[in-house]
Design a protein around this ligand. Structure first.
Ligand code: 1HE
Length: 266
């Protein structure tokens, strides 16, 4: 593990950060408060994702302790004015924008509570691995607030706005199995197996051509929101850019020469 690359992050005390090859493991590290997201934690998430060291090609994001994240730190809410509330929400948007539209793909490991702002953070990741202990809830209605960390935009794209409406209005929690079926997680694994699965997936991700990963992160979500005609045009441009890269040419040549893996069922 190369610690010098991480020396400029030593002030980020609410995160535990470890580099393993080209994969950065970022842990929310406030287990005594169930990783509740304070202003300081949101600033630290923003900071790490906006200046990832060059050596990093993927991030694994997880939570220390029994829960992934208990959402907004409720102890800091009471004194905020309306204007401050808008800026507060926008600070979450800016941080999670760096997670979703940053430089590298993010694999989140979900266990225990993935609630409120914790689900908003999870939904900004690109791949989600859930352990069977995970549960998902949006208790905003019970707390007298509304999603403020991008949840009303990102979560419906995963599970549909109808399911999200139910979760918000009734306080319904989804267990790990229901979350998997609804589309909140991509992989469901036994307790304690989330990190190894996430690292296995991150290793696959970093073996892709960087420009292909860039296209998946930055072009795909935008194309999905365009009309078909615009989307197909942008897709053609992105495909040509990716294909024109020397890395792509080498990879295609390797396959044709029998030096690359075939597509397989597993
Ligand atoms: C907290 C928070 C928090 C725990 N803010 N301090 N989020 C919620 O409504 C979820 C609120 N939390 C819970 O429902 C539970 O704490 C959990 C199910 C996540 C975990 O339960 P448990 O039994 O393991 O822990 P606990 O005993 O409830 O909490 C341990 C400590 O963490 C305790 O503090 P202590 O000083 O008494 O030890 C709790 O007060 C503290 N804690 N969760 C502050 N969230 C951008 S808008 C986003 C809007 C939202 O996210 S709304 C949903 C907020």
């Amino acid at each position: 593990m190369d610690t010098t690359v991480l020396s400029s992050f030593s002030a980020l005390d609410l995160l535990r950060i470890e580099l393993s090859g080209s994969i950065l493991h970022v842990r929310l590290n406030r287990p005594e408060k169930r990783n509740a997201v304070s202003d300081r934690l949101i600033a630290q998430i923003h900071d790490i994702f906006s200046r990832l060291p060059d050596a990093v090609q993927a991030v694994v994001l997880s939570g220390e302790g029994e829960h992934f994240c208990a959402g907004l730190d409720l102890s800091a809410l009471s004194e905020r004015s309306v204007a401050e509330g808008i800026l507060h929400s926008r600070s979450w948007h800016a941080a999670f924008e760096q997670v979703q539209f940053g430089r590298v793909p993010v694999v989140a490991v979900l266990h225990g509570a993935v609630v409120g702002g914790g689900l908003e953070l999870a939904s900004a990741a690109h791949v989600r691995v859930a352990e069977t202990t995970a549960f998902y809830a949006l208790p905003e209605g019970q707390r007298g607030v509304f999603t403020g960390g991008g949840g009303s935009s990102r979560v419906p794209r995963l599970i549909g706005f109808s399911r999200m409406t139910d979760m918000l209005l009734t306080g319904r929690a989804l267990d790990a199995q229901e979350g998997q079926q609804a589309g909140l997680s991509h992989y469901l694994v036994e307790p304690g197996m989330g990190l190894s699965k996430a690292f296995e997936l991150a290793n696959k991700i970093v073996s892709n051509a960087p420009l292909s990963n860039f296209a998946v992160m930055h072009a795909l979500p935008r194309i999905a929101e365009m009309s078909q005609s615009q989307g197909l045009f942008v897709e053609a441009l992105m495909a040509a850019i990716a294909q024109g890269d020397p890395d792509a040419k080498q990879r295609m040549r390797a396959f044709l020469d029998g030096r690359a893996d075939k597509a397989s069922r597993s």
